[in-house]
Design a protein around this ligand. Structure first.
Ligand code: AMP
Length: 453
């Protein structure tokens, strides 16, 4: 299958060729002909599947006829975050290189007046976050009754962010006869209800579940104490000892923790940027850009800020906090191992609640996440023969080189050393820590002998 068989216009096919894409992705192949046939589409797909082009390309083809009128956008795309909205705008620039269409972005953190000037000129494609769109509408600066096509992207994230009432309101403000394209990675009941209410006889297009996209990523768990200092120390050890580190995104559950961790890493001399919802738009864009360009190695982020970001080549993901929702885990680690590359995702687990959250994640992804038995820089536990270590799996294969310092075992199973102690059998003299344990290798061997109490 090639792009020229999908019914797209010549201008679009040529822009796609210039972008270097040879074959459509499954979501593009399945959705584009239906969009061009003016059907409503329910797309179940996450970022990384090529879903943005699945709606952008047919939209460009359809917009070639007709003209926009002042304050009356012809098409409307709703995105949950400013970054995603900006990313979709970039797609229109890339794929619309042969078109003369007016594309406007209505997002928070950018001047109302500049946005208003654009609306007055007439807009073919309006890309907006729900809140800012309604602000413009309520000021009477925007009419929604000319919208022929509505795209609701990342709907499940809209739900997480509390945007569903805004979405329902917007759906009622656009004409009943418009075409609707609706994309979501998951189908919780609230989302199903919305699709039943606002889509007319939609074609359902589903591409592989997010959980299958994590196959190229080596996943590990690192245990830590709950004290934040200890967690930060654990993280620093993990980063310093990481093999093949090109760059990493570190996820925290709360915005204030993003800021604290960012400052701490900076103090410890790491090359780092922060990305969270309280930063203003230019600061967020600048942080993201410097990470994308490789000017900084680490990006500390919250889920909302980082959701859906298209950064193709992230080598490591660290979950400084175990995410509250298992779906967020899949989205977080989906930032690495993209486009056929391999990646490593390490989750720091501190305390019983975290362990419970990990169990829920393992259930969702349908596989256990191996536990690192020893953090870099710590001595091996007694009775732990190197040759007895089970190995982490990568794509179901024994994982050899990338994490030689990581000693994974099944999360939740007691460590071998714990078993030995509980049976009160005297442990054999432990092996001397290996040379990679740089901070203990200079100590004399007797210090590692077990002590009889
Ligand atoms: P998305 O799922 O829309 O976030 O797209 C993920 C990435 O895939 C983006 O970097 C796109 O530029 C890229 N992409 C989209 N369509 C194709 C295609 N047909 N072939 C190769 N790459 C693509």
């Amino acid at each position: 299958m090639s792009f020229s068989n999908l019914g797209l216009s010549e201008k679009v096919v040529s822009a796609v060729a210039t972008a270097g894409y040879k074959t459509p992705t499954p979501i593009q192949e399945q959705a584009i002909p239906h969009v061009l046939a003016r059907r409503d589409v329910l797309g179940i797909a996450q970022t990384g599947t090529g879903k943005t082009a699945a709606f952008t390309l047919p939209m460009l083809t359809m917009l070639e006829g007709g003209r926009a009128r002042a304050r009356m956008p012809r098409t409307l795309i709703l995105e949950p975050t400013r970054e995603l909205a900006a990313q979709v705008q970039e797609s229109f620039v890339k794929y619309g290189a042969n078109h003369k269409l007016n594309v406007a972005l209505l997002i928070g953190g950018v001047s109302f007046d500049d946005q208003d000037v654009k609306l007055t000129r007439g807009v073919d494609v309006l890309i907006a976050t729900p809140g800012r769109l309604l602000d413009h509408f309520e000021r009477g600066r925007l009419l929604l009754n000319g919208v022929e096509l509505l795209v609701i992207d990342e709907a499940d994230r809209m739900l997480d962010m509390g945007f569903i009432p805004d979405i329902e309101r917007i759906c009622k403000l656009v004409p009943f006869t418009r075409q609707t394209l609706f994309f979501t990675a998951t189908m919780p009941p609230e989302i199903r209800r919305i699709t039943e209410q606002f889509l007319h006889n939609p074609v359902r297009v589903e591409v592989s579940r997010p959980a299958t996209t994590v196959a190229a990523t080596t996943q590990l768990i690192a245990k830590s104490g709950r004290d934040p200092h200890e967690k930060r120390d654990t993280l620093r050890r993990l980063i310093r000892s990481a093999d093949g580190m090109k760059n990493a995104i570190i996820f925290c559950n709360r915005k204030r923790d993003v800021a604290t961790l960012f400052r701490s890493l900076l103090r410890h001399g790491f090359s780092v940027q922060a990305l969270h919802g309280d930063m203003d738009q230019p600061a967020r864009m600048a942080a993201l850009e410097s990470f994308r360009k490789g000017e900084v190695t680490l990006l500390v982020a919250s889920d909302v800020a980082a959701r859906g970001l298209d950064i193709l080549d992230v080598s490591h993901i660290y979950n400084f906090d175990v995410p509250f929702h298992p779906d967020d885990y899949v989205h977080r680690i989906g930032r690495t191992g993209r486009a056929g590359r391999s990646g490593t995702a390490i989750t720091i687990v501190a305390g019983a609640n975290d362990a419970k959250a990990v169990t829920a994640i393992e259930k969702l992804i349908g596989q256990p996440i191996p536990l690192m038995e020893k953090l870099p820089g710590q001595p091996l536990p007694p009775q732990h023969g190197v040759s007895e270590r089970p190995h982490a799996q990568r794509n179901g294969q024994p994982h050899s080189k990338a994490n030689d310092h990581h000693h994974p075992r099944r999360h939740g199973a007691p460590a071998r050393s714990e078993e030995v102690r509980s049976r009160r059998t005297p442990p054999a003299p432990p092996p001397r820590p290996r040379s990679e344990d740089a901070d203990v290798s200079h100590l004399p061997a007797f210090l590692f002998r077990p002590v009889k109490v």
